[in-house]
Design a protein. Structure first.
Length: 485
């Protein structure tokens, strides 16, 4: 695939969504104009326009891939979503229901009657049916299970016996098995009998008469070896296998680590029961990332973009309540220092800076630890060096903060007390050059005038301690007239 083809494939869903929205808006405008025109056959005209619009929308959707239609449905408000869903051909409903998110699937199934639901899901495979059964109305389940043959019913029940985060819930029952005592030529003739191979088939599973897995035969080995060679002579006996009870996310990591396309699933004793494919293994990785992203924002995974008010409140009230409590605690802590903040207003300007720097440092540390845990790099949060390193990094950031705050311009603030001689060391720089406080006369002028020492006014903290403002270029000494007050 060329770079242009890849780029068009990534841009196609967005372009199709924009085309669908434009089509819906144009149809609404035409129907509104037809409704506002009064004539002898007004109802007939409106009905004809509506049917034409529906036929045009149906032709547009017939050209799209089920995944693209699912993308469009998820991006539309509920009214437009249902209008588009009603124009999808019935034989494609099941494939689209598998592609959409859980919240959108619920809204689509709620708009279908029992006969439409059965017609949509009956053509699906057993593993696909297992994915949809939990979202289907209870009333249709007995009729659905009765319509399946014994093998499909057993497979669906087997898949439903596992949790969503287990391999057994994701395994595919469609696979090609062969015997190891036949030749490659026999295997090729056997494969030609299929109309098509199961998707993601890169290897054939070799099993004995008891359906015990003995090895795998990659398709490239089948094509490159001499046809008279027996399967047992060229097959791979060291196979990556999974158990139905294994964690799906761990299996997905194994697929990534060993670059697998498909892998057998075996029960106790090595009995072959299904297979995993890279197509379904992408979902646990994506779901894990989505769950973490939504969890940080206090959202439910797969939440609809256009939820109802009550659904939104039900999903978010707990996080909003926690944030409210923490906000009250923060305000309470700040209130404990109300007197100090009133006397030195510059502290108020530093509070959001401290919170921002602390939050950024904490988030960066947490991200590193979470990534290490996800990659199974031991337990870094127990290592003393991790805490010490993060603490040292936070301490070293404060000199940078002080320098950046000082270079903003304005007046320096230093502290002086009796017996200290000249002014003390520089503190925080006031951005406006003024602080609230009482004015005292300079040595050589009326109150509020600037003396040769650079003193304009001094906020009083208590009887024996002063904060003196020094302007850039002024001397650092404190006027003798103010010493000892």
């Amino acid at each position: 695939m060329s770079e242009a083809d890849a780029r068009s494939a990534t841009q196609r869903p967005h372009a199709q969504l924009e085309a669908t929205i434009e089509l819906l808006q144009r149809q609404k405008l035409v129907e509104r104009v037809a409704h506002n025109q009064h004539g002898p056959h007004q109802d007939r005209v409106e009905t004809l326009v509506h049917r034409q619009n529906q036929a045009e929308l149906q032709r547009h959707l017939a050209q799209l891939h089920p995944a693209d239609i699912a993308y469009i449905l998820e991006a539309l408000p509920l009214a437009d979503r249902l209008a588009v869903w009603q124009r999808v051909k019935a034989d494609r409903d099941g494939e689209i229901l598998l592609e959409v998110s859980d919240a959108v699937r619920e809204s689509l199934i709620a708009d279908m009657d029992d006969h439409e639901i059965l017609a949509a899901v009956e053509p699906l495979d057993a593993d696909a049916l297992a994915d949809l059964v939990e979202d289907l109305p209870t009333a249709v389940l007995p009729e659905l299970m009765a319509s399946l043959d014994a093998q499909q019913r057993e497979r669906v029940q087997s898949a439903l016996s596992y949790r969503d985060d287990q391999v057994g819930a994701l395994m595919d029952f469609e696979m090609v098995t062969i015997r190891e005592d036949v030749t490659l030529e026999v295997v090729l003739r056997y494969l030609r009998r299929f109309d098509e191979l199961p998707e993601q088939t890169d290897k054939l599973f070799v099993a004995n008469q008891d359906n015990l897995l003995t090895g795998v035969l990659p398709l490239k080995w089948l094509l490159l070896n001499v046809p008279d060679t027996r399967v047992g002579a060229v097959m791979a006996r060291d196979v990556n296998t999974f158990h139905p009870d294994d964690d799906a996310y761990d299996a997905a990591q194994a697929f990534e680590r060993y670059e697998l396309v498909s892998a057998p699933v075996v029960e106790g004793g090595g009995r072959l029961v299904g297979r995993l494919t890279i197509e379904v293994m992408v979902d646990p990785i994506r779901d894990e990332g989505d769950s973490e992203m939504f969890g940080r924002a206090g959202l439910r995974e797969g939440e609809d973009i256009f939820p109802s008010v009550w659904a939104s409140l039900r999903n978010r009230w707990s996080w909003l309540a926690i944030n409210l409590v923490t906000a009250f605690l923060t305000s309470r802590v700040i209130g404990l220092f109300q007197v100090s903040i009133e006397k030195l207003v510059v502290l108020a300007s530093l509070m959001p800076v401290v919170a921002s720097i602390g939050g950024s440092s904490g988030n960066q540390t947490v991200i590193k630890i979470v990534r290490a845990v996800a990659m199974e790099h031991g337990r870094p949060w127990f290592h003393p060096g991790t805490v010490a390193q993060s603490a040292r990094g936070g301490v070293l950031q404060w000199p940078d903060l002080g320098r950046s705050h000082r270079h903003r311009g304005g007046a320096d603030v230093s502290r002086s007390s009796p017996g200290c001689g000249g002014g003390g060391g520089h503190g925080a720089r006031a951005t406006a050059g003024r602080l609230h406080g009482e004015r005292y006369p300079d040595a050589d002028g009326p109150p509020g005038t600037r003396s040769g020492d650079g003193l304009e006014h001094v906020p009083r903290l208590h009887d024996r301690q002063w904060w003196v403002l020094h302007f850039p270029g002024a001397g650092d000494g404190v006027p003798d007239a103010l010493r000892g007050r």
